[in-house]
Design a binder for this molecule. Structure first.
Ligand code: NAP
Length: 249
């Protein structure tokens, strides 16, 4: 970053809980000011803000549905109002609507694609405009190992996460000469609300397929996001890094 004295500012979509919360606190520990986006969980977002402030930086919670263009515009307007700039975007917000294809509705397909893929596109568009102008930026997209391996019952989710990899690599090519990096993290099985709903037998079976022998923590993923956003990672773009205890290799 050319203006070394400036405190960097990040927008983390879905920062209220799970991996997003861990990302917010990891960035705060790096001295980054954080916009904690949420959709429904105001109380959880406030807790994340408190955790960031306890780490010594400033943070604000901003409600916005990233699956809509209006929501993304409002999110970035709020970020600009709070910190004057956006240096880091972490597209973390995501949902699942699992079903085998014969039972998967068009509505559930669209809902997952809109939240996971279109939301990332819309936020990237808002961020790119600002980052190109300031000749600096770091974008990290939360994909998944299911984008690489597929998963029965998740055709919608896996398609959205595979789409994010194509988006990541294409945008990395568009923005590299402007000192904006774009990378993706592909988590495996991480302990959050998203996976807590699974029956114990399914969780145990999944753990058997992980060479590390355990599920990951949100912090395991957040550490890698923070690596991609670090100042020292300026020559690293268009990459997809699995954080999965060896699951997808
Ligand atoms: P989670 O615990 O279910 O949290 C999801 C977050 O996304 C919440 O903060 C939620 O906010 C937010 N969100 C959902 N829809 C939104 C929308 N339309 N606009 C704004 N925010 C929205 O999920 P997680 O497990 O931490 O997963 C985080 C990311 O990692 C997701 O993209 C997920 O697909 C990916 N991932 C997770 C795993 C895993 O094993 N957990 C594995 C691979 C990839 P509200 O609560 O306010 O609605």
């Amino acid at each position: 970053m050319s203006e070394q004295t400036l405190t960097r500012a990040a927008v983390v979509t879905g920062g209220s809980r799970g991996i997003g919360r861990a990302v917010c606190t990891a960035l705060a520990k790096q001295g980054v000011n954080v916009v904690v986006n949420y959709c429904h969980g105001e109380a959880a977002a406030s807790e994340t803000v408190a955790l960031c402030k306890a780490a010594g930086t400033d943070a604000v919670a901003v409600q916005a549905d990233v699956s809509t263009a209006a929501g993304c515009k409002a999110l970035f307007d709020a970020a600009a109002a709070a910190f004057g700039r956006v240096d880091i975007l972490v597209n973390n917000a995501g949902i699942t609507r699992d079903n085998l294809i014969l039972r998967l509705t068009e509505e559930d397909f669209d809902a997952v694609l809109d939240a996971n893929l279109k939301g990332a596109f819309l936020c990237c568009k808002e961020a790119a405009r600002r980052m190109v102008r300031q000749r600096y930026g770091r974008i990290v997209n939360l994909s998944s190992v299911v984008a690489l391996r597929g998963n029965a019952g998740q055709t919608n989710y896996a398609a959205s996460k595979a789409g994010l990899i194509g988006l990541t690599k294409s945008l990395a090519r568009e923005l590299a000469s402007r000192n904006v990096t774009v990378n993706a993290v592909a988590p495996g099985f991480i302990e959050t609300d998203m996976t807590a709903a699974l029956p114990e037998a399914v969780r145990a079976e999944m753990a058997k397929g992980i060479p590390a022998g355990r599920a990951g923590s949100p912090e395991d993923v957040a550490n890698v996001v923070a690596f991609f956003t670090a100042e020292q990672s300026s020559y690293l773009t268009g990459q997809v890094l699995c954080v999965d205890g060896g699951m997808a290799m």
